[in-house]
Design a protein around this ligand. Structure first.
Ligand SMILES: [Zn+2]
Length: 137
């Protein structure tokens, strides 16, 4: 883990609960108490109704691939050894969408499809940071 050289998140007061939940392997997103919708990325105001009454709520970690691309380019040096890798927008059962990576498919990324069922997998990349990634169900 100490050799991890890729970019890492820098949590702030608004995003820290999200990163803490990922670190605990118990994914939480904000849910608006006014309109009932889940929100991602974390923010201070609901983007749907502008309420500030947001609560951190555990989510299932299950969803479907909404869209994806497979990167074969070594444009960013930190990710050069990972190509090909999959960047995907995953729509959780709760409705929010997360930009993430699809893992456990590197041997055959051609099997990835829009609508494929996926589940969160926690990648403890350093002692302090865990990243939420998704794998096929
Ligand atoms: Zn709302």
């Amino acid at each position: 883990m100490p050799d991890y050289t890729k970019p890492l998140p820098t949590p702030d007061p608004v995003t820290k609960p999200f990163w803490d939940s990922v670190k605990a392997h118990a994914l939480q997103l904000q849910k608006c108490a006014n309109c009932g919708r889940f929100i991602f990325y974390p923010r201070a105001v609901c983007p749907h109704c502008f309420s500030r009454d947001l609560n951190w709520t555990r989510v299932s970690g299950r969803g479907k691939i909404y869209g994806f691309t497979i990167s074969h380019q070594k444009v960013i040096a930190a990710f050069a050894n990972d190509v090909p890798y999959t960047i995907a927008l995953v729509e959780l059962e709760e409705g929010a969408r997360l930009l993430t990576n699809i893992v456990d498919v590197e041997a055959d990324p051609a099997k990835i499809r829009v609508g494929m069922n996926v589940v969160v997998q926690y990648d403890d990349v350093t002692e302090a940071v865990t990243l939420p990634k998704f794998k096929p169900l």
